[in-house]
Ligand binder design. Structure first.
Ligand SMILES: Cc1ncc(COP(=O)(O)O)c(C=O)c1O
Length: 425
């Protein structure tokens, strides 16, 4: 009997995530310039701000002891109040007047935990979650792991296309599967992998389309705003949540991983009222509350006004790296016919479309040439649901967060050589 036979069906489905192959390559070839890893820039991680926040928490032994005790499944109240205040400030007039209660804020160990909890709470095996094409491949892996079907909906440079969403929901109604649709998942700012932001004009229509097809309030929107703070220019449209005046449809998920530190592992969500108890119950089964010490530290970071200046520093740093990436793309990739990208104004990624005949997947010629030329990237095909449309095989996600400007430049040069060699074959 193999170990696999001794595992649950779900554990078996968790195996073979695409990211494992990339990590294997990165470990096997440490000399490679990885434009694959979606990490934040280690050099920008906020050591001093975190030390100051720890000092604040440990200054008063009673506060320190409270932080070292178990917390509650919902999370540390001052932190929940602070993130709600930040949401209200960020969304401004668009959300003013809506009744938002701190009871609806749930803190989790990063937003990944919340995404998992949400799918686990909303979906049974065989249910459907709609996703834009392309979408966050870790989320796709999570759906697979839970036996949930992902169905792709067309997206363009303005994000998810409301008419395509409408058509897909009508198609599913026609096949009798509408009742199995439990959610639409959207990374609403600077998407991972495409860096597309859902345009302000489309936010209302997307929310309205879901509400119209959701006969008994059974379809939710999971709005993943992980990259909202990584904005280097352009507008800051109000959240999709702000377009849900009844507050019964959109679940907003956010995280401090990109704006402060992923190691702190603090994410949070703003939930429709009827989901607060089911999610808290589910969460209580798992963790008795997310790491309480981290939550006290993040509350102190916010209370001492340390977050905003840090975000400004991050923006300056990533703005330069994005500019370097785009300049290298212009210089080296632009001359190759059929290579396209849309310059993003935030996030950590540039999404490349290559000529149709180039397959970017692992084991393919381009991937091999790229490794030989010293570069790793994320094949775009991981980011597609694969139904009802086939995955596009000629796309690439390049991350610019981790590498220095010099290595980004060399990485794009290496990738360009790999593309040219592949085209010449
Ligand atoms: C779109 C998106 N959502 C959620 C996450 C999860 O982040 P965390 O669990 O660190 O909050 C990530 C991480 O890269 C992401 O890219």
């Amino acid at each position: 009997m193999s170990t696999l036979d001794s595992l649950s069906r779900r554990a078996a489905l968790a195996a073979g995530q695409p990211i494992s192959e990339l990590m294997r390559q990165a470990l096997a070839h440490p000399e490679l310039i990885s434009l694959a890893a979606g990490f934040v820039d280690q050099a920008t991680l906020p050591v001093e701000a975190t030390r100051a926040a720890f000092d604040e928490v440990f200054h008063d032994p009673r506060w320190a002891q409270a932080a070292l005790q178990y917390g509650t499944p919902a999370g540390h109240l001052p932190l929940r109040e602070a993130v709600l205040a930040a949401l209200v400030e960020n969304d401004g007039a668009a959300i003013a007047g809506q009744h938002l209660s701190v009871e609806q804020v749930l803190v989790t160990a990063g937003s990944n935990e919340l995404l998992h909890l949400l799918v686990d709470t909303l979906c049974d095996p065989g249910d459907i979650v709609l996703v834009p094409e392309p979408t966050y491949f870790v989320f796709l892996g999570m759906l697979r792991n839970l036996g949930v079907r992902a169905i792709g909906v067309t997206a363009d440079e303005q994000g998810l296309v409301p008419e395509a969403l409408d058509e897909e929901l009508a198609r599913l109604a026609g096949t009798g599967e509408l009742a199995r649709v439990k959610a639409l998942y959207v990374v609403s700012y600077f998407d991972n992998p495409s860096s597309v932001t859902l345009s302000e004009e489309r936010r209302g229509p997307v929310v309205e389309t879901i509400k119209r097809h959701s006969r008994h309030g059974t379809i939710r929107i999971i709005e993943d705003a992980a990259y909202r703070e990584l904005r280097y220019g352009g507008p800051n449209p109000p959240s999709m949540r702000s377009f849900d005046a009844e507050g019964d449809t959109v679940v907003l998920t956010e995280t401090f991983s990109k704006s402060f530190s992923p190691g702190i592992r603090v994410g949070w969500g703003f939930l429709p009222r009827d989901l607060v108890e089911p999610l808290s119950d589910q969460k209580g089964n798992i963790d008795f509350g997310s790491p309480n010490l981290s939550q006290h530290v993040m509350a102190a970071v916010m209370d001492k006004g340390l977050l905003r200046p840090h975000v400004e520093k991050l923006r300056d740093n990533y703005r330069k790296k994005l500019a370097a990436t785009l300049a290298a793309c212009e210089e080296h990739l632009r001359p190759i016919p059929g290579v396209h990208w849309s310059p993003p104004r935030g996030g950590l990624y540039v999404w490349l479309t290559l000529p149709d005949e180039i397959a970017t997947g692992p084991g393919g010629t381009l991937f091999e040439h790229a490794v030989e030329e010293g570069v790793l990237y994320v094949p775009g095909e991981y980011s597609y649901a694969g139904q009802p449309h086939e995955a596009r095989t000629n796309t690439i996600r390049m991350s610019f967060g981790v590498q220095s400007v010099e290595r980004i430049r060399r990485g794009v040069e290496g990738l360009t050589r790999a593309i040219r060699r592949t085209l010449e074959q």
